[in-house]
Design a protein around this ligand. Sequence first.
Ligand SMILES: C[S@@+](CC[C@H](N)C(=O)[O-])C[C@H]1O[C@@H](n2cnc3c(N)ncnc32)[C@H](O)[C@@H]1O
Length: 258
Amino acid sequence: MTTLLPEGDGPASPYHPDTRAIASPMTAPPAEDRPAPARRPIRSYVVRPGRIGPGQARALAELGPRFVLPYRAATTDFALAFGRSAPLVLEIGFGMGDATARIATARPEIDFLGIEVHPPGVGALLKRIGELGLTNLRIVQHDAVEVLQQMVAPESLAGVHVFFPDPWHKLRHHKRRLIQPAFVRLLASRLAPGAILHCATDWENYAAQMLEVLSAEPALRNTAAGYAERPSLRPLTKFENRGLGLGHGVWDLLFEKR
Ligand SMILES: C[S@@+](CC[C@H](N)C(=O)[O-])C[C@H]1O[C@@H](n2cnc3c(N)ncnc32)[C@H](O)[C@@H]1O
């Protein structure tokens, strides 16, 4: 998630380029003349390189140009990108894309836009797209916050999936959690009336945060009394399976845009 707040967990080294000039007592200007400290956005992810296997590398080279849409700071005509006009559902943080590919296979009448920053995940989903011959799926490899802000027109989405977002379980990292009031406001603004925002998590206190934040957003209405049953459309995801193996519960939340 991108919010312009000072980042407490950033590099504290006096040799960090942002701070080197004011770290030396010989060169420090008077406090009132110093520029405001650089503000770095707080992001909901850390990009870890990971290993890209040969199949993923081939998929990136062969299918990337057709199925990966470049990030642009401009409203995008997705009907043009898909070559047809169909309801568009966006998924944030698809991981390795197994659930994404299965949902897109089950719903050929819907176009899916998967957003992920993890390079091997993009390669893995492209590989699945090739194996399954999917035509109703595109990928943007970029921060979902900026994609929603810049590329997605208001009230244009038929749905949003946020499955098992990073829980950032340490209290001091909770500010990195994706589901926060400002981001939910942005999400709600991009949903068409009647569209569904579907979140799922296996972290109980994140589920409680989701329920509180989503319930407080005036543009959304809970479709259930509290948590929802897992819709049959949502396959088990990789992270969900891992959580279940650790004995975690799973909570689904389904909110409708008013
Ligand atoms: C815990 S994983 C879950 C992956 C998948 N949904 C699943 O259930 O298996 C969360 C994923 O969200 C991605 N992510 C987190 N914040 C993101 C953002 N702002 N934009 C795009 N991807 C993001 C991470 O890279 C990570 O792969």
